[in-house]
Ligand binder design. Structure first.
Ligand code: ATR
Length: 286
């Protein structure tokens, strides 16, 4: 029941109508018996500053931030945690007595999804794409002591920018390539492949993935961060090759779990997050 004491959390973005986060967080709040509620707020870019100031004024306790505000929102916050500062993007805001703190749980969410299968430490990893999601994941992979990182992107200049930033901030070498290279050869000694491009995302589900079964080996772990559909073309190719697969839904779930932990100090029950997501997506398992 919502009362005068209920703590309000939410998500700001545009669009936000299809967000799966309210379902996950409300289910977790309920299951633990917290007097918290999580609501979606559609916020236009030109209203972002007002939205953050309004959230402070109204005592909102925490917000998730999604497209297109993840970078822009930094201007209106008081502090950033280490990951958000390195990545240069925020997906979680914690409002407290000392002000608004920006966090980024996207990278750590992706790493937790992978680490359900294997530690990333000392692994050879290839990331496809060099956009916002790739940035968050690349920084977190290096913070988690991955042995080597290859970033392959259609536009090499964009991969170069990410590389320069990784070297400047973490002093770690990464290899960049465009998509014209021999991916099969490159993948021979790769342990984990992560797709961060939107290829295969609904409604373009029949787009050919950048990597097909013939280029994969059976010990490869393939993580597609696209979760709609759950079994993307890349995941199906990985299954064909006998490789292990990780659905993008796990990254979504773990970034939410990490936000929840930041706001409440409690590690929420994973099964509650998982079943809330399944219900929202009309699925039985993932
Ligand atoms: P996000 O913030 O979700 O990561 P983004 O910043 O738009 O999204 O990044 C999308 C990434 O997917 C980019 O690296 C993009 O490559 P470019 O830098 O060349 O634009 C990549 N991408 C998108 N569509 C692609 C396609 N059809 N083939 C190859 N790469 C693609």
């Amino acid at each position: 029941m919502i009362t005068g004491k209920t703590n309000v959390f939410g998500i700001i973005g545009d669009p936000v109508e299809h967000s799966l986060s309210p379902g996950m967080h409300n289910a977790a709040f309920n299951s633990i018996g917290l007097d918290h509620i999580y609501v979606p707020f559609k916020v236009k870019t030109e209203e972002l500053e007002d939205a953050i100031n309004g959230a402070r004024a109204m005592g909102i306790r925490g917000l998730n931030v999604t497209i297109p505000h993840k970078t822009e929102v930094i201007k209106y916050l008081d502090y950033l945690d280490i990951a958000a500062g390195l990545i240069g993007a925020v997906n979680t805001i914690e409002f407290g007595e000392n002000g608004a703190i920006g966090h980024n749980t996207d990278g750590v969410g992706a790493i937790r999804a992978i680490e359900d299968f294997t530690p990333v430490k000392e692994k050879k990893i290839m990331v496809l794409g060099a956009g916002g999601a790739a940035r968050a994941i690349a920084f977190q992979l290096l913070l988690s002591e991955a042995e080597s990182l290859v970033i392959s992107n259609r536009t090499i200049e964009k991969a170069q920018e990410l590389k320069d930033d990784l070297i400047e901030k973490l002093d770690q070498e990464v290899i960049i390539t465009d998509l014209g290279i021999d991916l099969e050869k490159e993948l021979e000694d790769t342990d984990i492949l992560i797709n961060t491009t939107p290829i295969g995302m609904y409604p373009h589900i029949t787009h050919k993935p950048l990597v097909t079964a013939d280029m994969m080996h059976k010990d490869l772990i393939v993580n597609d961060i696209v979760y709609n559909p759950l079994r993307t073309g890349l995941i199906m190719e990985a299954e064909k090759a006998g490789a292990k697969t990780i659905s993008g839904i796990k990254m979504l779930m773990y970034q939410g779990i990490e936000s929840f932990r930041i706001w409440t100090g409690i590690e929420p029950p994973i099964d509650v997050f998982q079943s809330a997501l399944l219900k929202e997506m009309n699925l039985e398992k993932f």
